[in-house]
Design a protein around this ligand. Structure first.
Ligand SMILES: Nc1ncnc2c1ncn2[C@@H]1O[C@H](COP(=O)(O)OP(=O)(O)OP(=O)(O)O)[C@@H](O)[C@H]1O
Ligand SMILES: CC(=O)N[C@H]1[C@@H]2OC[C@@H](O2)[C@@H](O)[C@@H]1O[C@H](C)C(=O)O
Length: 412
């Protein structure tokens, strides 16, 4: 068995998750379902947090972004090393470290425009991006800084390979789901509830898979909690539990233009910007604040249900009996209750703990698994889910100093 490490810091930007897992290559040429061993969560340093948060709002200039890339690489390396110390892990025992680093911005593909492009237009490679049809994402965390400071071979920036083939590359969860569920007869659905939520249909046949963002996970509730109650988030859904769902506000939320985007759609926190949420709060300021938070949770649930029934064929939904949820939203009972109440009743909502992965660490396990696949030259994208035109090996590999050949004088 090989030990692998993964890290994640996502759109909620609530901390850095680190995991240790083990796997090995299976006879079918894919990694075996990873076994989760340990996980830890670490805070971003306050000073760095401020810069990253400003970058989400496009308030950091090129000079600042240049430095931020190195700073984020150093923070990820520091937390990886702290995690290894706390868990008595020697970096030399780790086969690979995988992380996407910190996304600060992303533009999804225009799948319709890509489908309509002529062969000549596609052959104009720069034109793919000049036309804005192809997607692009911006991640902070320099791979070489991480590999050099941790002394572990590191794979980062998984999305651009899939982007090159017109894929949305977000969510990337379908690959881990394929690895976890590929030996099961019936399709399985999973849901990740981070800042943004995403739904996946896993199948032993990768050509039958789906993966797309459904809308908000915690992003609206988090922002509202900060604005209305001065809290980072609604711990254990306590505020939402005291409120009632308001039908008018829910209707208003459901008119959000995100639903007009065809799947495989991909979102970013900018879709639910401060401006948008402030306008909602202003329009519905006559409601009790608790009702506004309760309705934000109902919106998460209604968006999951609508995205599922609008986009996954009814016969597949009928064959699915379990939805395995992960991400921090799993800890908000109001969100979980709203999802269960709104999805088709044949589907039982549970968490990824049932398949051995603690829900808060599934994303980090995903990046560890994709990195392991990358170093074995196994493609980590799922074209059926993200609509890339072909399979691709994801990520950029940065080799650790321990690989230096030529004598001890080169090695620390
Ligand atoms: N005890 C809790 N009660 C309620 N909500 C919680 C709790 N713990 C975490 N959360 C929610 O989960 C969020 C963090 O989720 P997660 O770490 O999955 O997000 P992320 O990885 O940043 O997001 P994304 O998947 O969009 O990139 C917090 O911001 C909060 O809203
Ligand atoms: C570009 C990027 O970082 N996208 C993330 C983000 O967070 C949620 C949503 O936007 C999703 O599409 C993706 O994360 C999921 C979990 C993934 O890649 O699997």
């Amino acid at each position: 068995m090989d030990l692998i490490m993964g890290m994640n810091s996502g759109s909620s930007f609530d901390g850095i998750d680190v995991v240790l897992a083990e796997t090995e290559m299976d006879a079918d040429g894919f990694p075996k379902a990873p076994r989760f061993i340990a996980g830890g969560s670490y805070d971003w340093p306050e000073e760095v947090k401020e810069i990253v948060t400003a970058s989400f709002e496009n308030k950091v200039d090129m000079v600042g972004l240049n430095r931020l890339n190195y700073i984020c690489g150093a923070v990820f390396a520091e937390k990886a090393v702290q995690f290894m110390k706390e868990n008595n892990i020697n970096s030399r025992d780790i086969k690979v470290l995988g992380l996407d680093t910190q996304t600060i911005y992303q533009e999804q593909p225009d799948h319709k425009a890509i489908a309509e492009m002529t062969v000549e237009q596609k052959a104009d490679w720069p034109g793919r991006w000049l036309s804005k049809a192809y997607p692009a994402g911006f991640q902070m965390g320099e791979s070489s800084v991480i590999a050099n400071l941790t002394d572990i071979d590191t794979v980062t920036h998984f999305r651009p390979a899939d982007h090159t083939w017109g894929g949305s590359a977000a969510p990337l969860m379908p690959y881990l789901d394929f690895i976890m569920f590929r030996k099961k007869e019936n399709p399985s659905m999973t849901l990740n509830i981070g800042g943004i939520a995403n739904l996946h249909l896993a199948s032993k046949d990768r050509r039958q898979m789906f993966g797309f963002d459904t809308g908000p996970g915690n992003v609206i509730s988090n922002y509202m909690c900060k604005k209305l109650f001065g809290l980072e988030y609604d711990k254990d859904g306590m505020i939402a539990e005291r409120g009632n769902v308001n039908a008018d506000l829910l209707d208003h939320f459901m008119k959000h233009p995100f639903f007009d985007r065809p799947v495989p759609r991909s979102g970013w926190i900018a879709d639910y910007s401060a401006e948008y949420i402030d306008s909602v709060i202003e329009k519905f300021k006559y409601l009790p604040k608790e009702d506004i938070i309760a309705t934000a949770c109902a919106f998460t649930g209604a968006a999951v249900a609508k995205s599922m029934t609008d986009n996954i064929p009814a016969d597949i939904i009928a064959k699915t009996n379990t939805l395995y949820a992960s991400g921090g939203g799993v800890k908000n009972p109001a969100i979980m209750k709203e999802i269960q109440a709104r999805i088709p009743q044949n589907i039982r909502l549970t968490t990824s703990a049932e398949i051995g992965i603690p829900p808060e660490y599934k994303e980090a396990v995903k990046f560890a698994t994709i990195a392991y696949s990358t170093i074995h030259c196994v493609p980590g994208n799922i074209p059926a889910a993200g609509h890339a035109s072909q399979y691709a090996i994801l990520g950029k590999i940065a080799l650790a100093p321990r690989n230096i050949k030529g004598g001890a004088e080169f090695v620390r």
